[in-house]
Design a protein around this ligand. Structure first.
Ligand code: ZN
Length: 367
């Protein structure tokens, strides 16, 4: 080992917090030794990773989750295979308790805005490399209490919490596995955005600055039965470059760095869709910003670290900042930046035509 590497031993701590690692770094640590059976808060782990400081277990509890560094993302953005064992103790750390309260607050906001009908909608937060806090199934988001929440691993296995986890957790987990920056996800059914989702249309761009900065271009994923693995995977082509996706004939999903921010994006999208619908009733055309004004907003967005498919200038020939091809339109056929694609309805029709053709051909062949 390099003699210049200073090691600081904090293996006496049962819980390693941000304060502990900040103290170790202030004392010049290049390596931090912890007890094998300790709990390390995610913020403490992130703090060390960002500074390239090794986290080493002293081996008192070999294989404990805290002894394993968080998985690094592979080049294609998916989490590396060697995910650490899940750690149920992350369910009751002070950080987890604070996030549980935030999830409950966000649940009530969603309910009060009528984004979650009945027991609909779900909220999650990735609290560790292989641990995700989430809402339970069959509880109204208005009635949520911190005791209702669940902890699952990245495969959806419940590892803590009394109530059974939401059946739609796989949608959230696919996002966490595909997008390392995603720490929180909110799925809900806001009426105005869902109106777009059931017509297979997306709202146009360059109308309201806040929408451009926080959401921007919205993608729409094809319909699959909710709760299934197929449904969860429908968002994968979009989630790296869109923080908000319309789910055909269903609702929306948003991801962000915090649960509160993910809920903001749902609000921004639904209000935008609603405003467009109201404006369309006024009998006057909607005015749009210029492409230059749109570029200025994109620059702000980039500084905020938010994703947008329009940052990829290599694809900008087909994918302009706005979609003004239908003047005054408030609902557009979704356009892939790789060129036009079939809408979900068109794909269903194609499937139907193909199955009828196959059946006719088979019939002819058997005669
Ligand atoms: Zn749903």
């Amino acid at each position: 080992m390099n003699q210049d590497q200073k090691t600081i031993d904090i293996s006496s701590r049962k819980v390693v917090t941000m304060r502990d690692v900040q103290d170790a770094v202030a004392a010049g640590a290049h390596r931090v030794v912890t007890a094998g059976n300790c709990v390390i808060t995610p913020s403490a782990r992130d703090f060390l990773q960002q500074r390239n400081i090794s986290l080493v277990s002293n081996g008192t509890a070999k294989g404990a989750a805290c002894a394993v560094p968080a998985p690094k993302s592979s080049s294609n953005g998916t989490a590396a295979k060697e995910v650490s064992a899940s750690n149920p103790r992350l369910f009751s750390t002070p950080e987890a308790e604070a996030i549980k309260r935030e999830i409950c607050d966000v649940g009530r906001k969603l309910w009060m805005r009528q984004f979650v009908d009945g027991n609909g909608g779900n909220i999650s937060y990735r609290i560790g490399p292989n641990e995700v806090l989430c809402t339970p199934t069959l509880v109204s988001k208005f009635d949520l209490t911190p005791e209702d929440l669940c902890l699952v691993d990245l495969e959806g296995n419940q590892i803590a919490g009394v109530k059974p986890r939401t059946s739609e957790i796989f949608l959230h987990l696919e996002i966490y596995k595909a997008v390392p920056e995603a720490k929180a996800a909110v799925h809900c059914h806001p009426p105005h955005a869902t109106a777009y989702a059931i017509t297979g249309r997306v709202p146009p761009n360059l109308v309201i600055p806040e929408f451009e900065v926080f959401v921007g271009k919205v993608a729409i994923s094809p319909y699959e039965t909710p709760g299934t693995a197929e449904f969860a995977r429908t968002v994968l082509p979009y989630v790296k470059q869109h923080n908000t996706v319309l789910l055909s004939n269903h609702g929306i999903v948003c991801w962000a760095d915090t649960v509160t921010h993910a809920e903001w994006y749902a609000e921004v999208l639904d209000t935008y869709c609603w405003t467009l619908m109201l404006a369309s009733q006024l009998g006057a055309p909607i005015s749009h910003m210029s492409e230059k004004q749109g570029s200025d907003l994109l620059a702000i967005k980039k500084r905020l670290g938010l994703p947008d498919v329009r940052f990829d200038t290599s694809r900008m020939q087909e994918c302009q900042l706005s979609d003004l091809e239908i003047p005054g339109s408030i609902a557009l056929t979704p356009m892939s930046c790789d060129g036009p694609t079939s809408s979900p309805a068109e794909k269903d029709l194609e499937k139907l035509v193909k199955s009828v053709t196959d059946a006719v051909m088979q019939e002819i062949g058997t005669r």
